[in-house]
Design a binder for this molecule. Sequence first.
Ligand code: SIN
Length: 294
Amino acid sequence: MSIDIMPSGEACGATVTGVDLTRGLDEATVAEIRAAWMAHKVLAFPDQAMSDGDLEQFTLNFGPFGNDPYFEAIDGHPHIAAIHRAAAETTGLFADNWHADWTFQEFPPDGTCLYGKVIPPVGGDTLYVNQQAALEAMPAELRARIDGKIAVHSARGAYAPDGAYGESDGQDRAMKITYSDTAYDTQTHPLIRVHPETGRETLYSTLGYIIGIENDIENDDAGIALLRDLWQWQTREEFQYRHKWQTNMLVMWDNRCVLHKATGGYAGHERLLHRTTIGYNAAVRSQPDDLVAS
Ligand code: SIN
């Protein structure tokens, strides 16, 4: 089977048709999808009436399940989380800041799959920003400031008891988020990473989870200024792709080279998507991974 790939025309992203994700995929089709994923970083598959089991099977074509430490899974499916906002909900929007998923882990997930179940008639787009393009176009002066720098990642701002989704989070949140003292842990990763499958250099920086630069952690003016300047560059509109959802659409993204963020604009409407993470997959790495700082 040959799949059809339509690039978004923006900085990344493509729509894939000509494949039925409710059926088991053969090796050649998985390889085609993986190649398209590496090329476009975010793939959208419209008109896929998938069950939760289909979503799990699709995910496992690309790696093991990742570890989702702060989501409660849906009943009967320990690796699926519901990204859910009720129509009348008043809490802050989930995930509306730029991030790649779970970068505070020693081996963060390679990718994420998100499947649209209830999509509001307006708003609720997901934004992506291409970190390979951002690095390629980066001014030499900024590049010189980040070269060789190691970032300190932590989930504390979001998932610690005093984090955004901690003890004081809104009582009417439909999404099942948990918080824990484990969120105070830290993990270091280089700010510039060689993508372990494509061999292309990419930024691996996510202000949502970075709390400082190693040896300059917190309260250091130069470290904070560097992270601010980097964030302003890496999220520029020219590197972005705006994804518009449909019911029964599956999207997969590569956490190693894109950031993403949720957007609002659908007050009064429900929004429900089912999510799996594609874990760190040692088998697909064509070269040693420089992910973990020594
Ligand atoms: C996420 O970050 O997993 C959710 C993105 C979205 O809701 O658009």
